[in-house]
Design a protein around this ligand. Sequence first.
Ligand SMILES: C[S@@+](CC[C@H](N)C(=O)[O-])C[C@H]1O[C@@H](n2cnc3c(N)ncnc32)[C@H](O)[C@@H]1O
Length: 277
Amino acid sequence: MNYRHGFHVGNHGDVLKHAALLYCIERLKLKKTPFAVLDTHAGAGLYDLSGPQAQRSPEWQGGIGRIWDWNAAPPLVASYLEAVRAFNPDGTLGVYPGSPALAARALRAHDTLIAVEKHPEEAALLRESLAGFDHVRLHMRDAWEALPALLPPREKRGLVLIDPPYEQPDELEVAARALGPALKRFGHGVYLWWRPLKSASALGAADAEARTQGARETLRADLWIDTPQPEGRLVGSSLLLINPPFGLEAALREALPPLAQKLAAGAAGWRVSSSQA
Ligand SMILES: C[S@@+](CC[C@H](N)C(=O)[O-])C[C@H]1O[C@@H](n2cnc3c(N)ncnc32)[C@H](O)[C@@H]1O
């Protein structure tokens, strides 16, 4: 396990993932009953953009850095920017909140964040990052073992974020196959699965496997800032949502065209598609 999210934090992939995550949480909050967010690959929680990792690989400059001052952002992006700004009260972008920090802040007192992180150093940082939130349960354990074990959540409603580092060549298949047992236990949950956009055929196979594993209603959203390549620098990412909340597809269709333009480093683009089996 060599991956450290600090090197990639705030990049185009984080922008897409975190904007969609916050939208889903806001939709879940429309009902008064409590819900849980299970973040299977949580990372460190908070990232200092002047720290050594973000300085050595300042991917955030091509992501959140490009839209930080976007005043007329579409609502999906505006809500995300507002959430990131809350972690930077002096108005200067210095700290980037990862998924567990964004979720912990967005949840209500009676909702729960269950954050899983296997790497001991990242897990220790995560504990520090989330120290101010009391509706959080942290697990230092393996995501693939924890995913079915922690489902369904006590609240019987909620969202599962699956965001592996894709260090292993088979991690896309591993994640797709993990959906089956998870969906058997928590079939009506919202699932948000982040994938790198490198090989169109590998992603097509992952989508097909997700359907085989029981994903019936899906929404896929891709965003790329330059022409995706099978090898080398990551320039695009793809979200697969299972049981997406109402309104997300329209919000993505509105937000992705101007967002792709803002983040473009070359031939940027976007795609949104939904399917129901
Ligand atoms: C892409 S990062 C997560 C970023 C985070 N979800 C966010 O959006 O801010 C992936 C994380 O998964 C952790 N990880 C890798 N393999 C894992 C496993 N098998 N179980 C749990 N965590 C794992 C890594 O240490 C890393 O912190």
